[in-house]
Design a protein around this ligand. Sequence first.
Ligand code: PMP
Length: 446
Amino acid sequence: LRAENTRHQFHPMTHPMMSAEHPPQIITHGDGCYVTDLDGNRLVDGVGGLWNVNVGHNRAEVKQAIVEQMDRISYYSSFSGSATAPSIELSAKVCEMAAEEEITKVMFSANGSDAVETALKLARQYWHLVGQPTRTKFLSLKQGYHGVHFGGLSVNGAPYYRNAYEPLLGGCFQIDSPWTYRNPYSEDPEELADAVITQIERTIQAQGSQTVAAFIAEPVQGAGGVIVPPASFWPKLRAVLDKYEVLLISDEVVTGFGRSGSMFGARGWGVKPDIMCLAKGISSGYVPLGATALNKRVADAWYKEFSETGIIMHGYTSTGHPVGCAAALACLDIVEQEDLPGNAAKMGARLLEGLKPLAERCSIVGEVRGKGLMVGLDMVSDKDARSPMDPGNGIVERIAGYAREEGAIVRPAGSVIILSPPLVIQEPEIDIIVDALTKACDRYDA
Ligand code: PMP
């Protein structure tokens, strides 16, 4: 298998010529927070698949829901007015769980990139429907990650994802992220939040508010390196967008359904977005599924009149896939019954506290930060200058490799080591991750 792996399979975000030093990991089994690899090693899954296996691996309830739905019907479309029971039930479930956000409509898709693309397109159509078709531009944050489709890539905040695929959508502007560790403004969280809000307001004014459709951001930036904004940032963001009537799209692909310690990431900041992008945790990776949730303000625009302009000319063959929706219903029951947002907050605090000493003790750990079960170790080549470690020198990968030898899978992403274990994780497994990374860092310094 190892030799065959890259023969015909193109791997995302990886050079096709994987080096012998970093052979691809091949996983054969999973249960709860553990996975087993091809060599029979049983490891704590500190990555949770790809921050998505929130209910843990191999849950009987989810498998049963999938099989029962397949026994009824594996696929029929939820398209042009037809539907299946699971998609109807899941749309109601998501609206019930996001009642606080006044979410009243959901459109399903197959993954996070689809959920973002749907959000951007529906935001544009919303402005058409309410008679302001000039509002077409999108604002977002540097270090933001919004998937790989052309729209999502255009609002992506990291040039290295975009460069090879340009030209992208015009009229997209990335503003500095409110990142206390590295920013051109201030280390004081309040001053920093205000400085970034000022940049956003200036951009809206310079473009003309009548041209701006929406602002898209992650409540906690994930792939960009687990960047937690100051607590006042999101409320201030909502206020400035309200001032100019710009829509707020919360990309909750990672944070949705509990990962950052609240049911939705924006809720953790006390903010109600207009549109939410959901994927990953909705179906915990058992099946691919994405969802775009609209609040009443946005959704109601489609109900003004029965006209051609109100037709949603967007949707996928897999929209509302019955097996995906059935699996998601089973996953969301677990999220609620086992209070996974609460457990993420509690276990995340333990993980953060356990790892924080590494920023003092290890020569190449600059900062340990996180919220809930999103934790990042910022690896640096110079602690005082806070210079990010060059991913090309292989050191971040080496630390991840050492941690793996100590029993935990962690994710090297650029210069940051990311931790995002299943939300069902308990203290013993948190401690294994902390112990593995501590030993890995000590081994590097020795
Ligand atoms: N948005 C965010 C915030 C993400 O983290 C991701 C994936 N990591 C996506 C969108 C894209 O999701 P997918 O990979 O399922 O297309």
